[in-house]
Design a protein around this ligand. Sequence first.
Ligand code: HAM
Length: 424
Amino acid sequence: MSGIQAVRGMNDLLPGERVRLWHRVESAIRELTSLYGYQEMRTPVLERTELFKRSIGEQTDIVEKEMYTFTDTGGDSLTLRPEATASCVRAGIQHGLFHNQQTRLWYMGPMFRHERPQKGRYRQFHQFGAEAFGWDGPDVDAELIIMSSQLWALLGIERITLELNSIGSPAARAEYRERLVGYFGERKAELDDDSQRRLGSNPLRILDSKNPEMKTIIEEAPQLADYLDDESKTHFDGVKERLNRAGIDFRINQRLVRGLDYYTRTVFEWTTDLLGAQSAVCGGGRYDLLVEQLGGKPTPATGYAIGLERLIELVSLQGGGEEEGATDIYLALLGETAELEGVAIAHQLRTEGYSVVANCGGGNLKKQMKRADRSGASMALIVGDDEINAGTVVIKPLRGVGTQVTVERDSIQSSISGFLVEEN
Ligand code: HAM
């Protein structure tokens, strides 16, 4: 096909069922965040490249090969945000949000990663994220995890599993890292190219390898749990205890290390077996050092982000049901005066809170009724010049509720309610 196409891996969202699913998920998110007392914040999609290099880490896949980075005409290196935790921290420091304060934040919006596109993995995708700044205990980790699980409940999602791990303090991880380099170093010949490369830069990520040939060597590798510092162990026990009390099932996954460098202690992912290879719906964890690393005062922090395309796919597979009603009224207008007066009738109805699609572009009754059917409206209001003269309108049910009636124009509102089709 000739003509200009969308950029690969970036999707158009066309009108219809899918948009209604997005709305449903977005309103569930707003409900969730207000239930938990989180405040929305919005940051730009463009940030200085350095922000992501210093937070996500120079040796991560995201920074090494997935960022949309360019130099603007002023000579600054800018990057389309691949995630928003770094942006929240940047904004929080810039606007003094962390000064002697504890803050619960959330955000939603597009993120950009130049990954190989496939189902569930896109170059522009959307995340909803929640971040809590200023608390260092396990209570807020548990709160965030329980909050994410409540979103699944709000949306009717069941087939989703929580994987949990603690990656400890930087010191404990450094010791473990050394041990791991020793172990993999001795068996270097068995490593695939990617892992050989990671051995020098980011050996923990070897544990994340999806290559089946690497399975045995990874299984036999030393375990991070054996190197955890006591404080991290106690913290992790506190998280687990709270999840148990809240009735949240989880699986400890010692291989869960996450793909971003800023994490400390608790890390977690929610995965599902319904989405094929792109099984992670939500990922997060604690990042106690990031605020300081980016120039702020030491501020413990923890959070998560959910991939909305994956979540919405899951809702369409599992959650079912539509939230929003279709249009209430299709206003059919026959004749010159009716067309003129129709604008006022539609305006009046909308002011009263009804959704109205008014016929535009004329057409005979048959044509207009066809359009009315296609609009999905509960009823048609038919107004011709005769009705205008008589001060009446005809209400015709379109979705099987009641029979056609002619009513006084002054009493439209009281007559309409009997014809509305409730969704769900
Ligand atoms: P992440 O694991 O990189 O974490 O991304 C979180 C979620 O975003 C993933 O679980 C997935 O659902 C979705 N996602 C990631 N990449 C793509 C893609 N290319 N296409 C579609 N969906 C995708 C973060 O971004 C961290 N900032 C999470 C966090 C917040 N940690 C602490 N606070």
